[in-house]
Design a protein around this ligand. Structure first.
Ligand SMILES: Nc1ncnc2c1ncn2[C@@H]1O[C@H](COP(=O)(O)OP(=O)(O)OP(=O)(O)O)[C@@H](O)[C@H]1O
Ligand SMILES: Nc1ccn([C@@H]2O[C@H](COP(=O)(O)O)[C@@H](O)[C@H]2O)c(=O)n1
Length: 241
């Protein structure tokens, strides 16, 4: 007699099968209660982890991105990550193998390969425990930056908004030169500024256009003073959930 023939009907067979299932479920439950750490580890891998909330902040060199980010941090509590600041810190790190390369790109107003920049941004985000809301200032600056972001961060972060600060080349230059009197930045000089502005027009503007198509961009004039500009910024941020 085959093992199935001992059952008089399909109902009998199903009943027997259900009892077996219940038995192994009970056994598994008992095993879990003996090992609570295994249970919590399992639960944490099953729970959906919240994505980072990200605001990208773009605009020409000297347009006032950093100035507005400071105000946003003070009022809304985002963590401010300036790609330029992260790169300058990496350049200053004597143990970094990328210092000379970064220096060349910054002085020439060119965009550092994304493999370097995205690693700095990702580490900074992962090392932040106070919040999961970030202002990412000066990124993505070109297609390479955008592709790197998409590849590494797209499934971990949601881009809620892109703030684009708008200012003429002449005014950007005037502000960057004024800042250069005290900043010590190697790119606050006319020659570097001109290259940076060309990079902005040729490489960053298409990225702003890319987000514009997705309805994510708010362009704010940077012509008025910082406080007046911030009033416009607040109108955008107050409406973000
Ligand atoms: N609305 C404003 N009106 C007048 N001056 C401003 C305004 N916003 C910023 N500035 C000044 O302009 C200079 C450039 O501003 P900021 O550093 O914020 O620009 P940025 O866009 O972050 O520049 P970069 O891209 O070069 O880092 C600073 O000296 C700042 O104090
Ligand atoms: N995504 C980025 C951002 C910046 N850089 C380099 O740093 C310079 C300064 O940047 P700021 O945002 O502080 O103006 C910029 O001109 C680039 O050389 C970059 O490579 N990639």
């Amino acid at each position: 007699m085959s093992s199935y023939q001992q059952f008089q009907s399909v109902e009998h067979l199903l009943c027997w099968f259900s009892f077996k299932l219940l038995g192994s479920a009970q056994h598994t439950l008992r095993a879990f209660t003996r090992h609570p750490s295994v249970v919590s580890r399992l639960l944490s891998t099953m729970a959906p982890t919240a994505k980072y909330n990200v605001l990208f902040v773009l605009g020409g060199p000297g347009a006032g991105k950093g100035t507005q980010c400071e105000k946003i941090v003070a009022k809304y509590g985002y963590v401010h990550l300036s790609a330029g600041d992260l790169l300058r810190a990496e350049r200053a790190d004597k143990t970094s193998k990328n210092g000379d390369l970064i220096e060349w790109y910054i002085t020439n107003g060119a965009i550092v390969p994304v493999e370097i920049t995205i690693e700095l941004i990702k580490n900074a985000m992962e090392n932040t425990t106070s919040t999961n809301s970030f202002l990412i200032d000066g990124f993505p600056r070109n297609k390479d930056n955008l592709d790197g972001w998409t590849k590494i961060m797209d499934d971990k972060a949601e881009v809620k908004q892109v703030l684009n600060f708008d200012l003429s080349e002449e005014e950007c230059l005037a502000r960057a030169m004024k800042r250069g009197e005290t900043s010590g930045r190697t790119d606050d000089n006319v020659e570097s500024f001109k290259k940076r502005f060309v990079t902005f027009k040729e490489s960053t503007q298409p990225i702003i256009d890319h987000f514009e198509v997705k309805n994510l961009v708010t362009t704010i004039s940077s012509v008025p003073g910082p406080d007046e500009v911030f009033v416009e910024v607040c109108k955008v941020l107050d409406n973000l959930q």
